[in-house]
Design a protein around this ligand. Sequence first.
Ligand SMILES: *Cc1c(COP(=O)(O)O)cnc(C)c1O
Length: 454
Amino acid sequence: MTSDPRRNLPSVDAILVALPGLPVSGPERTLAAEAAREVLGEARKSALAEARPSLQELASRTRMVIERRLAPSLVRVVNASGVILQTNLGRAPLGRAALEAMAEAGAYSNLEFDLGTGMRGSRHEHLRDMIRRATGAEDGLVANNNAAALFMVLQVFGQGREVIVSRGQAVEIGGGFRIPDVLRQSGARLVEVGTTNRTYASDYEAAITADTAAILRVHTSNFQVVGFTAEPTVGELVEVARQRGVLLIDDLGSGCLVETRAYGLAHEPTVQESLSAGSDLALFSGDKLLGGPQSGIIAGRSELVAELRRHPLARALRVDKLTIAALNATLMQYVLGRQDSAIPVWEMLRREPASLRRRARRWARSAGERGVVVRSRTMVGGGSLPGQGVETWCAAITHADGADGLARRLRERQAPVIGRIENGAVLLDPRTVEPADDRLVDEAVSAVLSDSGG
Ligand SMILES: *Cc1c(COP(=O)(O)O)cnc(C)c1O
């Protein structure tokens, strides 16, 4: 009988000696020792069942554990899911101008420094002009996201007073973000009017009291109410609000600056429409249809924006220099009319079916007999334009282990490829993939199918 194989495993020190280039002390060595202990623990558990691993084998397992631990948690993925604003994948992908602006501003910058006078400046100054030009607003301010923007606006103008919301708009936006909760948290009192499917301007009018601060209109971004429905237009609400001396706050959600019908989609309310109809403040996200960084933009009347800017919450919810740089560069593309080529969201929507079909065919071919080309739809996603999409072509790929197994293998690649599962196949949509990344999809598909005899 041989002795217990667990006794014959090398020591932690022996493994560390087998890792060339490891410093003799310090945090890197501590990390390596921790990894080696972990690997030895695993080896001990399985030593009775399997052959005793060699020192080299243990050292290489230790190196893998170290590498995994030091790898960045946030990595780039290839979004072949066919959802343009995929919340789980970071919503809007930034355009080149925005990425370059971030790299530039990441060093020292004139964030709060007036280069003309050499005196202290304000970070809020950087975006004012661009917001005005892009939206037609008198003034603008930016918070961390649209939820923060809404919270700030409600607290500054609604605290201790009443804010009127249609029952059809007291909605949950996603991730547990519910309009009635935000209202309550801000210290405003919610007054609901109308019904889930029909609310009239007269309902708002009847609810206004001496305590009313504002009417809040919320764009129902992530669902549709169809059939017997009615909602007053912004213009009608503006009339009620003006007559009775209350504010009209319009939470647009997506912050669209262009006519979506030109892209084959339904009409999404634009910021310009809301402001020119007379809403006092329009609120919208920077990273939905706008196609910029995560942020919440407040555009509207200058005295209201000035009051927000002076409030302590503007400090608590302020954006970072990287966001300012990226948002400025994004808005600039709209001001110059270049969104179709410079903002990925619109560029993707503009892609030609013929070239999408060619790309899908190439990916399908990488899967051999397991791949076919199918017609499908790219969805806008991200709580914008519910149910709206445009026609596309996808590679539909199957695997002996089923679609879940195939999707997992594609995800586990060093450059993860994210598809979506439909009818037992993984669909890969070229519309949401940069053509420069096509090679990564080709390689992933062929590797995954050849590995496992798919
Ligand atoms: C998405 C959305 C929000 C939240 O915006 P974030 O930028 O994600 O914080 C608020 N209101 C509406 C109507 C939305 O669609």
